[in-house]
Design a binder for this molecule. Sequence first.
Ligand SMILES: Cc1cc2nc3c(=O)[nH]c(=O)nc-3n(C[C@H](O)[C@H](O)[C@H](O)COP(=O)(O)OP(=O)(O)OC[C@H]3O[C@@H](n4cnc5c(N)ncnc54)[C@H](O)[C@@H]3O)c2cc1C
Length: 453
Amino acid sequence: MRVAIVGGGISGLATAFYVRRLCPDAELTLLESSGHLGGTMVTREVAGFRFEGGSNGFLSNKPYTLDLVREAGAEHLLLPSNDAARVRYIYTDAVHRLPESPPAFLSTPVLSWRGKLRTLAEVFTPARRDIVDESLRDFGYRRVGREFTDTFLDPMSAGIFASTPAKLSVHAAFPAVVRLEREYGGLFRGMIKRRKRRAGPGGKLMSFKGGVGTFIDHLAGALGGTVRLDAEVHSVRRDPLGYRLDTAAGEQTADVVAVAAPAHAAARMLGRLDGELAGWMGDLGYTPISVVGFGYDGLARDLNGFGMLTTSGARQEILGVLWDSSIFPDRAPAGKKSLRVMIGGQRNAELALRSETELVAIARRGLRATLGITEEPVATFVQRWPRGIPSYPVGHLAAVDRIFARVASFPGLYLISNAYYGIGLNDCVGNALRCAQAIAKSEPWRGGPLLEP
Ligand SMILES: Cc1cc2nc3c(=O)[nH]c(=O)nc-3n(C[C@H](O)[C@H](O)[C@H](O)COP(=O)(O)OP(=O)(O)OC[C@H]3O[C@@H](n4cnc5c(N)ncnc54)[C@H](O)[C@@H]3O)c2cc1C
């Protein structure tokens, strides 16, 4: 069986890895348009500091990435976060620690008593199992109230999806949360029951020594000669014996094609195969986000924690700040500090598209306004992602289900990427496994949200 995987981000790499594992006799080729693997998972060194262009790491409470790391023999690269990284902050009109326990919730000054009582009244809020799709804002207002939603769910949606609760489908973005309401009648009830059932401790943020790029290099090594860089796929067409791919590195034929490129790129390459399908895929939106990293010889402010996210109501130019060297000490030389500022998202999409010089100025203004950081950085890093994170608006799941149903009608054609059923590394890797299992059985893969048993 000849298998072509298009796109060398984590989705494509993990699919290739599992196809190789499950179908050792397959003739496998991974085609990547750029000159490097990893997609948005890039680590850059600047003056001894290590900056991530995208993902920082993954949580250990889902098994998928950890399983891949183990199966690929990369356990020696794993780097758990500092315990201090469990502490998170939000900026409303000042910096506040996120409450981590019921007593801390009751004493936090960020919510009024009315807001706290409304949140606790979630236990008495009737479950709505009839709602097919809903924004995170409507869901939050309905279940935990306006104040909790605007204060906590708003920065959370900025931190994970670079989005806002009004523009994010809770069903697509947080299917496990919807499930709590559906199966247990409420979020608090569900969380308590699930916690009782779960044996081990909660998730820990994990990454890799030297940055996520070291894991990408490891996976690339495991895939050996199957990878072709600078091989942009222009089109995928039917062929009497399977598929014909027109690539920047020549023509390629395959029995199975798994397209792991972003939806907009996939739409372009599938246009000649099925124009209607390509149109639906091209309609899937992306949110721009830019990352500005700074390294410092020292900081007067003690950055001990994961970082800080701003609320929309705070009207700041920045979405948040990750305190990199506090989370993973090997991101900065000994005794030095580093952080990364997130800019743009659905809140301020236009800001993410500014020039590098302007982004640095925005980041420094934001640091001064929120954390009082005025020190001169000794290292600066900028990464712009004009189409950084898939949008997942209300209607996303219906749109994606329709796309997957159509793709399933083409024998041997598969879709996989963060554009469909989850954006986290765990989602990408878990879906890659499901996709590879379907390829191994020569069955179509219809996707669907990735839910824990
Ligand atoms: C700023 C940022 C921070 C993030 N932080 C986290 C985090 O902390 N934790 C977490 O779990 N997730 C995080 N994510 C999300 C996660 O990193 C991504 O969802 C995931 O890496 C996407 O992987 P992918 O393979 O689906 O897509 P991509 O990484 O986009 O890879 C797609 C690949 O396809 C290639 N390609 C495109 N067109 C073609 C073509 N025509 N032919 C061949 N190849 C093509 C591209 O060059 C690219 O290499 C973050 C994302 C961003 C942007």
